[in-house]
Design a protein around this ligand. Structure first.
Ligand SMILES: Nc1nc2c(ncn2[C@@H]2O[C@H](COP(=O)(O)OP(=O)(O)OP(=O)(O)O)[C@@H](O)[C@H]2O)c(=O)[nH]1
Ligand SMILES: [Zn+2]
Length: 195
């Protein structure tokens, strides 16, 4: 995992720097990092570790809360300083094709975890090793993490990175994603108070 390229990135939210990380300089899908201007990486840094969800992040799908979490995280990071890690872990690491197959199974009554298992995958195929590697490469030693996911918390707690605070990133449920959020809370143990 290496820093392959970086550039200034002005956005609707404000000024960021974007960095692409990959083993291979010709990788078309490198992990991406957005750093808000004036972020001091030697202090405790606000960090969002976001797993790619093209349907939610780009097409504003209502099946999940990913797109709204991404927008809220970028806004928070712009306002308070911080770093967004955009990890290419589409569909909790099963890829977009399998995620669409999982959606069909969910339409037949399976929940998000059961659908993954029915397709022969773990309920959640991610780990956050890459996130730790990237944070280390950036020289970050201490973070506040924007998440509701207890797995991310324990992964960071077992790493070289010091976790100071969890910043909740809870989105108001809608009827289309209520079952999805219930599974997040009841099966995966996410800290969700509005469900
Ligand atoms: N396999 C599968 N993946 C999904 C589904 N809905 C969303 N995802 C993926 O789930 C990932 C986001 O993970 P979530 O569990 O929603 O949230 P999280 O990032 O673990 O937790 P937070 O930090 O609180 O947001 C993205 O990669 C999405 O593409 C689904 O129904 N099936
Ligand atoms: Zn999503």
């Amino acid at each position: 995992m290496k820093r392959q390229a970086e550039a200034k990135l002005p956005t609707d939210w404000g000024e960021f720097k974007i960095i692409a990380y990959s083993d291979n300089e010709n990788d078309w899908m490198p992990h991406l990092v957005m750093i808000s201007e004036n972020t001091d990486l030697s202090q405790t840094v606000n960090v969002r570790i976001h797993s790619e969800c093209i349907t939610g992040d780009l097409f504003h799908s209502k099946r999940c809360d990913c797109g709204k979490q991404l927008d809220a995280a970028i806004k928070y990071i712009h306002e308070n300083g911080g770093v967004l890690l955009y990890l290419r872990q589409e569909g909790r690491n099963i890829g977009i094709i399998n995620k669409l197959k999982a959606y069909n199974l969910q339409d037949k009554g399976l929940n998000t975890a059961e659908a993954n298992i029915e397709l022969g995958f773990p309920a959640d195929g991610r780990d956050f090793k890459i996130a730790v590697e990237i944070l280390e490469e950036l020289g970050i030693k201490s973070i506040n993490l924007l998440t509701n996911n207890p797995e991310k918390i324990s992964f960071i707690n077992d790493s070289s990175i010091q976790l100071i605070n969890r910043i909740p990133l809870e989105i108001a449920p809608e009827k289309e994603n209520l079952d999805y959020l219930k599974t997040k809370k009841n099966f995966f143990g996410h800290f969700l108070n509005n469900i």
